[in-house]
Write a protein that binds this ligand. Structure first.
Ligand code: SF4
Ligand code: SF4
Ligand code: SF4
Ligand code: FES
Length: 972
């Protein structure tokens, strides 16, 4: 029996021993809970129990501590009633009803155990076992199999029917999926997998095909899993009570023995997982039922793509070199840190205090990020700190702070279950935030209206659902025009929430905004040509959002990564305030964060102008508070943003950079400009788990630790602070925060933390929204949504319920200014970029897993009419040119695209997607305009000049690494 730790039910003596192995948390109660306020009392085996109306007898019994055998039921799936193992006797009723499908009634008297029931259950099990291979001892699920458990529970000792009759024992195994296998010979056709795919994941990839003896589980049109609609979320594998659907890692390594609860390090959903281990080997990641963000669900990345942590490419020793034209020299940690500190100090003494800086990572923990910005402000003595959020959600920070007073999403994920109209703008949740997308799809199946504003027809629009769906296929770059048109309809058709505006908003600001938005130039009819969206559709969408009891907005990088990203965020907040959709469950303004800890890296003071908790460096009281605790003086001038660092490097005034866990050479726009900046540095220190693209320009390479190798916290898109617990030791011996601490000490600034919990204590001391956060509290509660302080001791699931941090909500004027990046005769197509499900960000992690089976290369999607015009076919090599660069990708003709718009992903460095993106950026925050680049495409036969240069440079740098590796120890 697997043992694991539930942070809410245990009283740990340490925060993270790495091996909590005492109790079994997720006892399966058989059927889902019911939320009725009406209570019902019944008697089960002589015990009185009071439960909500609608609860099944099976669940009521489980709550009373009585276990009824079951096979086809599970408490995350609606009951199906097919196996009959859960039969009970109910006084006054004939026969033996299935307890999973029988709801409780007042005064009901239930018997769960007697001779007749025992016989009936044995007969059921006997039939199952007579068509099941008797290979328990060699079966990979031995010891972790519900069928085996139930055979024991009902006391089955013999099978009278023999094994010679018709059976399924020769059914062929489907091994097509890289992560799990499907062995139909072991299937008991309980349909749990089918229901998990429908109800939990919402993909509907599985069916039970045929009838009676011939019934069997089929993926899509009876295809191999890999060719079907399956998205490899793993929900069916988890649901399967036998070894029919089984992780290959368990088949290879055996059933795990103990587990540690931790948090996924991929996207901003922040799913909780049990890292299930055998000895110190990680066997599988199983979504944790007690996870407040995911409630036991997962996607292919968090569930399966963890193999990169032990990949042979991991950097295992610190390395240094004088110039990037030299091979790496592996050295001890002390030498590497001393070398880095000396180079940074020399740089400062030659070029001045402002000549160095650092970049924090949204993939690292809050504690690590806090420490890097502290290192920069306290040890470097300047505010030249920035983060990768610069290139994704910095406009969210600016826009939400200006309008609502706080730089964060307003809701929990669960809030979507109360939304009546869901407006998704510039986000693709099924690919980028899959577990939240499954929850959203559940709400859509219940009948909520869906409005998608996106140039592409994203998959969410194709999901089966019960309500209306509207697609507003706007032209890239016209978000602000669209949101203004939506708001114009709200105001001109009297759909505002006058009461909310009067009570909660700055009415002067509202009046100014009302006059502006009422102008004829903001009417949908006036903006139809600009946005490409018919006015009637805009009006219909505005009415659907504004007149819904609860309207919720979810947005992504399709909003922020524009020259008017901040304006658009403010436009969204205006729309929500004008319709009263703020401050309760089911509504709100919700940025869907890309990386796991984007919210946290912003909260922790990564931006040059803000100390942790978004406290401005120019505020003397704020500085004084930090200076007293940090024992140093803090510069009162904001430092350089990432693009300014690049410009200053090229200008020769910025010479040293410390980059923790971020690959700016691949992820930032206008690659050639970034490469020129990195080449100009005298001292580039990269701390990462692999030789990423940035590290190829580095002089010091410090091994990073993966999320499995450290303690800390991540903050997800709901402001939820979740624990990250160490599952295995860091491959190079140090967690990332320890390396930053060593560097600070070597620079002459003392840091002496013994554990990340001490760093969190300091964060709580200095950050008003975190004063109630501590590791002890996180252990007790599982997770906490900030603000958590004296005013909100239990955290804040829904923000702005009573007032805004700035008092009254502020309506901002959102003039639409068309981007300079427009289609022209020379560049007639608009390129927009995005992500896909199987890969993550720059792909450094997922490309080193079997996820590449789904996406081995970036391709350019183009509408059939644009392809035909240019004589292009699927698979052709395409030269894509913008005004800053040129690259070559393979062509995919796709109906998902609107004519005139092309699309690609940026998961593979050699694709050079960012060679063509320009350095246009958001007016307020410098967030790059990734989503709009005017391009031309043509058929070509060879890689671009940049790609040829990239291949040569990459080969040389790989050679330098391999020569260094010859003297390093191999991974275990
Ligand atoms: S594959 Fe597993 S879950 Fe699906 S029907 Fe067969 S036994 Fe049940
Ligand atoms: S892995 Fe997920 S998507 Fe694929 S069949 Fe199973 S439940 Fe459905
Ligand atoms: S949805 Fe995001 S956090 Fe959850 S498992 Fe997938 S990648 Fe990880
Ligand atoms: S568990 Fe109730 S019928 Fe299968």
């Amino acid at each position: 029996m697997l043992q694991h730790f539930d942070p809410r039910q245990s009283e740990p003596t340490a925060f993270d021993t790495g091996r909590f192995d005492i109790r079994q948390f997720d006892r399966d109660l058989g059927t889902p809970p019911r939320l009725s306020e009406t209570r019902v009392t019944l008697n089960i085996d002589g015990i009185d129990i009071n439960v909500p109306e609608g609860t099944s007898v099976l669940r009521a019994a489980a709550l009373a501590g009585i276990t009824i055998p079951k096979l086809c039921a599970s408490d995350n799936l609606e009951a199906f009633g097919s196996c009959r193992l859960c039969a009970v006797e109910i006084e006054g009723r004939r026969g033996y009803p299935a307890s999973c499908t029988t709801p409780v009634t007042e005064g009901m008297a239930v018997t769960t155990q007697n001779g007749k029931l025992a016989k009936l259950r044995r007969n059921v099990m006997e039939l199952y076992i007579s068509d099941h291979p008797l290979d328990c001892l060699t079966c990979p699920a031995n010891g972790d199999c519900e069928l085996q458990d139930m055979a024991g529970a009902v006391g089955l000792r013999e099978v009278r029917y023999g094994f010679d009759g018709a059976n399924h024992l020769d059914a062929e195994i489907d091994d097509s999926n890289p992560y799990f296998s499907f062995d139909p010979s072991k299937c008991i056709v309980c349909s749990r997998c089918v229901r998990a795919c429908d109800e939990v994941q919402g993909t509907f990839a599985l069916t039970i095909e045929g009838r009676g003896f011939d019934s069997k589980v089929a993926a899509s049109q009876n295809e191999p899993f890999m060719d079907s609609e399956c998205v490899s979320c793993g929900a069916c594998v988890q649901a399967c009570p036998t070894s029919t659907l089984m992780e290959k890692s368990v088949i290879d390594h055996g059933v795990p023995e103990h587990s540690v609860v931790t948090t996924c390090a991929y996207c901003g959903v922040g799913c909780s997982f049990e890292a299930q281990m055998k000895g110190d080997k990680l066997v599988r990641m199983v979504p944790y039922k007690g996870g407040d963000a995911n409630h036991g669900h997962s996607c292919v990345k968090g569930r399966f793509a963890f193999g990169y942590a032990t990949h042979k490419d991991r950097i295992r020793e610190p390395m240094i070199r004088d110039s990037i034209d030299q091979p790496w020299r592996p050295v001890a940690w002390e030498e590497a840190i001393a070398f880095a500190a000396r180079r940074l100090k020399e740089t400062q003494s030659t070029y001045g205090r402002e000549s160095i800086g650092g970049i924090t990572s949204s993939r690292c923990t809050n504690e690590e990020t806090y420490l890097v910005q502290k290192l920069i402000r306290a040890a470097f003595g300047n505010n030249n700190t920035d983060t990768c959020a610069r290139v994704c959600h910095s406009p969210t920070g600016y826009g939400l702070k200006t309008t609502l007073g706080e730089s964060a999403g307003t809701q929990t994920f669960d809030s979507v279950m109360k939304a009546d109209t869901i407006l998704v703008i510039g986000a693709n949740p099924t690919d980028a935030h899959p577990v939240f997308a499954s929850q959203m799809k559940r709400r859509l199946r219940q009948g909520a209206t869906l409005i998608v504003a996106d140039p592409r027809r994203i998959d969410l629009l194709k999901t089966p659902h019960g309500g209306r769906s509207l697609h507003l296929p706007l032209k890239p770059g016209t978000n602000v025009a669209l949101v203004n048109a939506l708001a114009h309809v709200v105001v001109s058709e009297g759909l505002e929430d006058a009461d909310f505006i009067a009570r909660r908003c700055d009415t002067d600001a509202y009046q100014r905004w009302r006059e502006f938005i009422s102008e004829a130039r903001n009417a949908p009819e006036a903006l139809e040509t600009e946005t490409g969206v018919p006015a009637a559709q805009v009006r219909e969408a505005a009415r659907a959002y504004a007149s819904a009891p609860n309207g919720a907005i979810y947005y992504g990088l399709g909003v922020t990564e524009h020259s008017q990203g901040s304006t658009m965020v403010m436009g969204i907040a205006n729309l929500a305030m004008a319709t009263g959709n703020i401050g309760r469950e089911g509504v709100g303004v919700n940025p869907l964060r890309g990386q796991n800890n984007v919210q946290g890296s912003c909260d922790m003071g990564s931006f040059p102008h803000e100390l942790p908790g978004y406290q401005h460096v120019a505020d003397p009281a704020v500085r004084e508070k930090f200076e007293a605790v940090w024992h140093t003086t803090i510069d009162d001038e904001p430092g350089l943003r990432i693009p300014n660092m690049f410009d200053a490097a090229i200008a020769g005034t910025f010479k040293g950079l410390y980059v923790q866990g971020e690959d700016i050479a691949q992820s930032d726009p206008n690659t050639q400009h970034v490469e020129a900046a990195l080449t100009a540095l005298d001292c580039l220190i990269v701390q990462d788990i692999f030789l990423n693209e940035t590290a190829k320009y580095a002089h010091v390479l410090l091994p990073g630790s993966t999320f499995l190798e450290k303690n800390g916290t991540f903050t997800n898109a709901e402001r939820r602070i979740n624990r990250v617990r160490k599952v295995m030791p860091p491959v190079a011996g140090k967690e990332d925060w320890e390396v930053t601490q060593d560097l600070a000490n070597a620079m002459g600034y003392a840091m002496h933390y013994n554990h990340p919990s001490e760093i969190m204590d300091e964060i709580a001391q200095l950050t008003p929204t975190f004063t109630g956060v501590s590791y002890a509290r996180l252990e007790a509660r599982g997770s906490i949504q900030w603000p958590c302080n004296d005013a909100f001791p239990d955290g804040t699931p829904t923000m702005h319920a009573l007032d805004f941090p700035i008092g009254k909500g502020n309506f901002a004027i959102t003039d639409y200014v068309a981007t300079e990046e427009r289609a022209s005769r020379r560049y007639p197509l608009l390129l927009t970029t995005g992500r896909i499900l199987s890969q993550y960000n720059v792909g450094a992690q997922t490309r080193r897993t079997a996820n590449s089976a789904w996406h081995a290369e970036d391709v350019l999607e183009i509408h059939p009419s644009d392809a035909e015009l240019r004589g292009l076919r699927d698979g052709d090599w395409l030269g894509i040119s913008s005004r800053v660069g040129r690259t070559v990708l393979r062509c995919r003709v796709s109906e998902r695209m609107a004519p005139g718009v092309v699309y690609t992903t940026f998961h593979h460095p050699g694709s050079g997607a960012n060679v063509i993106t320009t350095d246009n950026s958001d007016w307020a925050t410098n967030c790059p305009e990734y989503k709009v680049t005017a391009v031309q495409v043509e058929k070509v036969s060879q890689p671009s000049a940049w790609q040829q240069h990239f291949q040569r440079f990459d080969a040389r740098q790989q050679h330098y690494l391999e020569s260094a590796e010859a003297v390093t120890a191999p991974l275990k």
